[in-house]
Write a protein that binds this ligand. Structure first.
Ligand code: AMP
Length: 284
């Protein structure tokens, strides 16, 4: 496995791989890797990637000033070990100065799907995400890039980005990997104390309730939303709990005709958690 920290060295490694006829796969992450991240590597492989680059970059432009950029977990040694044993070919771990040279600046904004939900609570977030991913796509030149459905809205934003800018990359999504109690794996879970962790389980319980209600025939967006909210009382704060169209993420009202996605964001102590589920799909 190869590690690069410089943009130009990484670009030239990717160029070489492409020249050798390898289909490049890109898995962008912020590090503090867990099984969820590694499942994206498998998805990239199944999508035909023959050389897999995984980026580790805690991107400052997607954090607002009051958010947890400084506190975000970083553990490069453990990340490299996990990448090595998962068959990653190339790790790209640049620092902020590499990605954002002082002398120049530009950013990419995606309209539409980036505006509701996370977009309301983290107004600068998706602009930072879209900008850094455009940079990664340009540097890497991947055939395929893989995103977890854990960050459901981010996945939809990336699809819009690629479509709107005609970027030559195939975007694939990968299912949410959960702990045995149902909690979606997240780098931020390591901040949860034992009691916070059991409160955090409310997210999964709420999604599970909605999925059962849906399977029994409940089609009222209001009933489903209220039921989900009522399961979230253990959280210290709920940012949103919405029933939305799975494609454009518009809030759904009235009687649902097709499977919506339930999206939740909330806080336990200082830790912000997000989760989602498309009703009717199997929950582990
Ligand atoms: P992050 O490092 O949190 O920015 O996540 C990097 C990528 O891993 C994103 O595409 C996430 O959606 C994905 N990811 C994170 N956690 C999970 C999980 N539990 N299951 C599936 N994908 C995940």
């Amino acid at each position: 496995m190869h590690l690069e920290t410089e943009v130009e060295a990484f670009r030239s490694y990717c160029n070489d791989a492409r020249r050798r006829g390898k289909r490049l796969g890109l898995v962008p992450t912020m590090g503090a890797l867990h099984r969820g991240h590694l499942s994206l590597v498998d998805t990239a492989r199944r999508a035909g990637a023959e050389c897999i680059a995984l980026s580790i970059f805690v991107n400052p432009t997607q954090f607002a000033a009051h958010e947890d950029l400084d506190r975000y977990p970083r553990d490069l040694d453990s990340d490299l070990r996990q990448c090595e044993s998962s068959g990653v070919d190339l790790v790209f771990a640049p620092d902020a100065a590499q990605m954002y040279p002082k002398e120049v600046s530009a950013s990419v904004r995606v309209d539409g799907v980036s505006l509701p939900l996370e977009g309301k609570f983290r107004p600068e977030h998706f602009q930072g995400v879209a900008t850094v991913l455009t940079q990664f796509f340009c540097i890497t030149g991947p055939c395929v890039a893989v995103f977890g459905r854990k960050d459901y809205q981010q996945w939809r934003v990336v699809e819009s980005l690629v479509q709107a800018l005609h970027l030559p990359v195939d975007i694939r999504s990968s299912p949410i990997v959960r702990a045995s109690d149902g909690l979606a794996l997240s780098s931020r879970n390591r901040f949860l104390s034992e009691s916070e962790r059991s409160k955090a389980n409310a997210l999964y319980k709420a999604l599970e309730w909605a999925n059962v209600a849906w399977s029994k025939g409940e089609r009222s967006a209001k009933v489903l939303t209220e039921g989900v909210v009522s399961h979230l009382h253990p959280l210290d704060h709920v940012d949103y709990a919405e029933i939305a169209d799975p494609q454009n993420l518009h809030t759904q009202r009235g009687v649902l005709e097709s499977s919506p996605v339930v999206l939740i964001a909330g806080r336990v102590g200082k830790t912000r958690l997000i989760d989602n589920h498309v009703l009717g799909e199997q929950l582990p």
